[in-house]
Design a protein around this ligand. Structure first.
Ligand code: 2P0
Length: 323
């Protein structure tokens, strides 16, 4: 038996209020709620079909066969929710620099959740899809929706999922990604955030302040206040990275070029350009600004960086089937 193949496309998201720490590692329940912007430029296409002749799941990423342990674990969840027992062919094409802090696991598991659940004969609601994607990677719960998205932490498997804040935003904003290093990161998000939860003396303060930032940013988004959204975004990212530097053993994702970009953004701001940075579990910097200012910011970045390192993205859509 071979099931009908389904192909889904999901876009990455960049958190403005970060998810950094788990309350439950197995269910992937976060310590705090988070908020992100889904981007149009970076996405994953994933095709899934089940095949009763297979002895295990087969996973291809960008046409290369990969060890499927994490993916197989996710597929076990899909099988346990459906009637199907068969293993699956899974083919993903990542239009994202893989694991370089541009959140490829978010688009990957959001696309896999939709493609695999449909191939298994299930028609999940969007909250159910978000909960399923969450089990692959926490940030994937947010890539189910487009635009601004909040992942409400909840308190158990049923209550922890993302909700759209402004799905089709007409706000003329963008994010410039400065790709500093495409290499695999040294400390995975999963390991980094766990170390922080266990060892940073500042962790309780992070939880309090992230909840406060979330309330403030939702108000600022509603008011279309880019300065306020940017300030909260940048400060929240710096608090997350301060946790890493206060962990034991301490660690940091910053490289010297990361700090150069941060200084350039601060300089541009002192010249009256409204732009703010955020950073994830890697050295790349994402700059939030208006579309209007993006050309000037790109021109200034191009003095120090190759054009190929500068990628501009706009608010993007939620997960969808493409076949
Ligand atoms: C975020 N990041 O909110 C935060 C900020 C990176 C920095 O979510 O362990 O790959 O699979 O749930 O989702 C990256 O962590 O971690 C992430 P797991 P995930 O976007």
């Amino acid at each position: 038996m071979i099931s009908k193949p389904f192909t889904a496309r999901a876009h990455t998201n960049i958190a403005l209020i970060k998810y950094w720490g788990k309350k439950d590692k197995q269910l992937i329940l976060p310590m705090n709620s988070s908020l992100s912007l889904t981007l149009d430029r970076f996405y994953t296409d994933t095709e899934v079909y089940f095949d009763s002749d297979l002895k295990q799941d087969l996973f291809y990423l960008n046409d290369e066969k990969k060890d499927a342990a994490k993916v197989a674990h996710f597929m076990d969840l899909v099988r346990s929710k459906s009637e199907l027992k068969a293993f699956a062919h899974i083919k993903s094409i990542n239009h994202v620099p893989t694991t370089a802090g541009l959140a490829s696991s978010a688009s990957a598991y959001a696309a896999l959740a939709l493609a695999a659940s449909r191939a298994a004969g299930m028609q999940l609601s969007l909250p159910e899809l978000s909960r399923l994607a969450r089990r692959g990677s926490g940030s994937a719960s947010r890539s189910i929706y487009g635009g601004f998205v909040e992942w409400q932490r909840g308190h158990d498997d049923l209550s922890s999922f993302a909700v759209p804040i402004e799905e089709n935003t007409d706000w003329n904003i963008c994010m410039i990604a400065v790709v500093i290093d495409k290499a695999r990161k040294k400390i995975s998000s999963r390991v980094g955030m766990q170390r922080v939860v266990e060892t940073s003396p500042f962790y309780p303060a992070w939880i309090k302040s992230a909840e406060h930032d979330l309330t403030a940013i939702k108000k600022a988004i509603k008011e279309r206040n880019l300065k306020k959204v940017g300030e909260i975004t940048e400060e929240n990212a710096m608090k997350m990275h301060a946790l890493n530097m206060s962990a034991s053993p301490h660690f940091s994702y910053f490289e010297s070029a990361t700090i150069e970009v941060m200084h350039l953004v601060e300089l541009l701001r002192s010249e009256g350009i409204c732009c703010y940075y955020t950073l994830d579990a890697g050295p790349n910097v994402k700059i939030l600004c208006s579309v209007e200012d993006s050309e000037e910011i790109l021109r200034r970045l191009a003095v120090k960086f190759d054009k190929k390192q500068l990628l501009i993205a706009h608010p993007g859509p939620g997960v969808q089937l493409i076949n």
